[in-house]
Design a protein around this ligand. Structure first.
Ligand code: GLN
Length: 549
């Protein structure tokens, strides 16, 4: 029987509710429990797939190909048993979409369809599906208590508390405890108000997690407990950590998991947090340092590439390397040239959509290729590597992806429908592309060619990785590109290009899939370990041996 921990947030957003939930999951898992994790998002979009990474950060893709909120990425990085999927992320839009579809089908037998009970029932059913058969399901409610749009979700979790009972449901509320420098005071009032708001809709939190700059003094902890009707020991202080991976231990040391276990009547073995300690240790004692440029388009919002940034750091953890990431707008390369890449030990071009800054990305690939700088291309980063090779190695002038130039003379990257019966007639391409290919989403098998950098990095020839893209390398150009030196080292079961590399180069590897979605700090990821190792060798001035084709 699954028990539930509901995590709400108050005072302001962006307090790190996702990380807090993920860390609690990690500690409970370290005490032998299986965990499932769900994010409830009160916005109206049916899923975050259509939302701009500028506003909302990265779209995380689960194994089964669901486009989800970036918090699902935190969950998978922290909790091994929490495998996200279709039932792990619900938005208001998705809940309403399903209720309205039922209403149109007549499923409600003529009843007046209302927020309570129809919307709340739909939410509860969704949560139960997402919980699966885990021992504990952690459910994070997006937004802040007091928002109009989160009310149906809060009402649904309130009802679950009554239905399942106090020994199967724990309410955790995350708030901000600000420090006012002018009066040197810590302020608990916003927390008091936030809990009051939550209680006014019928939810009494069992545990408060108080975000603050510094550890919360005992006096303030006592005061918060008194005013919020929460036990003093259940007021957990979550101060700003200089390292994300210190948070599980920080919370465990204050008995967070004990309080949850006691309320749920669970008698658990002690938490084994040694893997988290090893990560912190590796990060604090690097034996080398590398500078990696990430050339992309949303560089002022780091959350747009959060899984990739994390995966690069995991590569550092597992090679004892400090990884300094330099965020470079590809537009700047177009305007100011590639000088900013000169001192880099590695260059990454991440995934992306839209043509802004595309030539800057192609220039960055060229610079990495010509100067022997380790290059890792991800999704769009592989497509630009193919375009660069087509133009500058195969002599295909004007080569481009049809995503950016419908009339390119050499559509080396295009929608499958565009290249499968290529007529050379650009008008027709135009029409066909309107019908669009659909997105290739989720985990798919990839066969790696033995002896290639791809296969040696993975130490395997059969892998599975997640996808999120529409365009593919045009198979009609494969012979010309191979003759020019590009190796297609990974292919899908249906013969689509999954990985490319350049054998004469110290490390030039790119994938159509997104390896960053399956990287986690404890296990690392073969591709990122291998890339950071190559960057290390570059920084030491010893170029890795060229790999045989
Ligand atoms: N825009 C490209 C495509 O749709 C790449 C997508 C990506 O990088 N995720 O194929």
């Amino acid at each position: 029987m699954t028990s539930y921990v509901f995590i709400t947030g108050g005072v302001v957003s962006s307090l790190g509710k996702g990380i807090t939930s993920a860390c609690l999951g990690a500690i409970l898992e370290a005490r032998g429990l299986t965990i499932s994790m769900i994010k409830l998002d009160p916005y109206i979009n049916v899923d975050p797939g259509t939302m701009s990474p500028f506003q909302h950060g990265e779209v995380f893709v689960t194994q089964d190909g669901t486009e989800t909120d970036l918090d699902l990425g935190h969950y998978e990085r922290f909790v091994r048993t929490a495998k996200g999927g279709r039932h792990s992320n619900y938005t208001t839009g998705r809940i309403y979409e399903s209720v309205i579809a039922k209403e149109r089908r007549g499923d409600y037998l003529g009843a007046t369809v209302q927020v309570i009970p129809h919307i709340t029932d739909e939410i509860k059913q969704g949560v139960k599906k997402g919980a699966g058969d885990a021992d504990i399901c952690l459910v994070e409610i997006g937004g802040t208590v007091g928002d109009i749009e989160s009310l149906p979700f809060l009402e649904a979790i309130r009802q679950m508390g009554i239905e399942l009972g106090h020994d199967r449901v724990v309410y955790v509320h995350l708030t901000l405890v600000p420090y006012i420098p002018t009066s040197s005071e810590i302020k608990t009032k916003p927390t008091q108000h936030s809990v009051k708001e939550l209680r006014s809709i019928g939810i009494q939190p069992d545990i408060l997690v108080c975000r603050s700059e510094k550890p919360l003094p005992d006096d303030e902890r006592r005061k918060i407990a008194l005013f919020t009707n929460v036990q003093e020991k259940a007021v957990i202080s979550a101060w700003d950590a200089d390292d994300l991976y210190k948070i599980p231990a920080m919370m465990h040391d204050q008995g967070f998991d004990d309080i949850v276990a006691r309320q749920l009547g669970l008698d658990l073995p002690a938490a084994d947090l040694h893997e988290w300690e090893a990560i912190v240790d590796a990060k604090q004692n690097p034996s080398a340092e590398v500078n990696v440029a990430m050339v992309g388009k949303y560089m002022n919002l780091k959350d747009s590439y959060i899984s990739l940034v994390e995966a690069l750091q995991h590569g550092g953890i597992h090679t004892h390397t400090r990884v300094n990431i330099h965020y470079i707008e590809s537009r700047d390369i177009e305007e100011q040239g590639v000088d900013c890449l000169r001192d880099m030990d590695g260059i990454v071009v991440p995934g992306g959509f839209g043509d802004r800054g595309i030539e800057g990305k192609i220039d960055a690939v060229r610079f990495a290729r010509e100067n022997g700088i380790p290059y890792l291309g991800i999704c769009l980063g592989m497509q630009v590597a193919v375009i660069e090779a087509a133009r500058n190695l195969a002599g295909l002038k004007g080569a481009m992806s049809t995503e950016f130039d419908k009339k390119t003379p050499h559509p080396v990257v295009a929608l499958i429908t565009e290249w499968q019966d290529q007529t050379g007639d650009t008008e027709e391409r135009d029409e066909q592309s309107d019908m669009g290919g659909t997105m290739r989403l989720g985990a798919q098998a990839v066969a790696l060619q033995e002896g290639t950098l791809a296969a040696t990095s993975y130490g395997a020839t059969e892998i599975e990785e997640r996808h999120r893209h529409r365009y593919e390398v045009n198979n009609n150009y494969r012979d010309q590109l191979s003759a020019a030196g590009l190796v297609f080292s990974g292919l899908s079961v249906d013969d689509l290009v999954e990985m490319v590399e350049l054998p004469g180069h110290p490390f030039f590897l790119a994938s159509q899939f997104h390896p960053e979605f399956t990287s986690n700090p404890r296990d690392g990821h073969p591709l990122f370990k291998s890339f950071i190792s190559a960057a290390r060798e570059h920084s030491a001035g010893e170029l890795p041996k060229a790999k045989e084709a």
